[in-house]
Design a protein. Structure first.
Length: 278
């Protein structure tokens, strides 16, 4: 993976050791004014006028990237699944982020990967001991290392009841032969090309990974070109109500006012005469 790869939390973050959910430090507002970096985050979340939208998406109907993610979920996900998730989110008073009514993706993350030279990276994918391995060649020679392909990983702290969603919002030159990057589903043995405005729903519990974008063969990467994806995902602690929500600052205290699991969490639901554990 390119040394300039970056990942940024947007919106609510989870401190797992303390079991606390709070806005990421980078999005906190001081003195009622957004700083330069927060304005950039706001610009990223907003759909940019110079980007070509899909035929079925009108700029006047889209205020930010989050409604694309959640709106597609509402149109495509099974109705019964949506009902269960929505009712439980209401029961535990889960946080709504990104857009109105978004109960499915409480946390957001922006992943950025700089474009690499067209001659610098050639990947050959092989399966060894039931795991996908990437061999990376530079200028026709072995790069000197063999590692798990594309930082392959599982998001073990995601809720098993929800899905993650990836929205591609890259800024790449429109040149013949360029590679916008790929997203691999390692458990299933297939991949998708990360074209602009592609929306991908997947379980973060399954192994997955991606590659950086490449310039056309023989071409040098542009300094400004990057693959950018917005990830909406379901942290288990938030989705199950097993976390403290930071609500407001308290006078004369370093700790904020929390909404605790005792206030919002629920261990059992009663249906007819039987109790079913969550």
């Amino acid at each position: 993976m390119h040394k300039d790869d970056r990942s940024y939390g947007i919106g609510h973050n989870v401190q797992h050791v303390r079991k606390v959910e709070a806005p990421a430090a980078s999005v906190k507002v001081y003195d009622g004014e957004l700083d330069e970096h927060q304005l950039r985050q706001q610009e990223f979340l907003a759909v940019r006028n110079h980007i070509l939208l899909p035929d079925n998406v009108s700029l006047k109907d889209v205020q930010s990237a989050a409604p694309i993610v959640f709106g597609t979920w509402e149109r495509r996900a099974p109705r019964r699944w949506q009902t269960w998730m929505k009712e439980y989110a209401s029961l535990i008073n889960g946080p709504i982020t990104g857009c109105e009514g978004n109960y499915a993706f409480p946390s957001w993350q922006c992943n950025i990967a700089a474009q690499q030279d067209g001659h610098s990276s050639t990947f050959v994918h092989v399966k060894v001991a039931q795991r996908w391995i990437s061999l990376r060649f530079l200028d026709g020679s072995l790069a000197g290392e063999m590692k798990l392909f594309g930082e392959a990983h599982r998001d073990k702290r995601d809720a098993v009841t929800g899905l993650s969603c990836m929205l591609v919002n890259s800024d790449l030159p429109d040149e013949e032969g360029e590679e916008p990057g790929r997203f691999h589903f390692l458990a299933w043995g297939f991949w998708v090309r990360l074209d602009l405005w592609l929306t991908v729903y997947f379980s973060g519990q399954l192994p997955h990974g991606g590659t950086a974008p490449l310039a056309a063969p023989g071409q040098t990467a542009q300094d400004w070109a990057c693959r950018s994806v917005l990830i909406g995902y379901p942290p288990r602690m938030i989705m199950e109500g097993d976390i403290r929500h930071s609500l407001a600052a308290l006078p004369h205290s370093d700790e904020p006012l929390y909404i605790t699991p005792e206030m919002t969490g629920i261990k059992y639901v009663r249906k007819r005469s039987s109790a079913y554990p969550i």
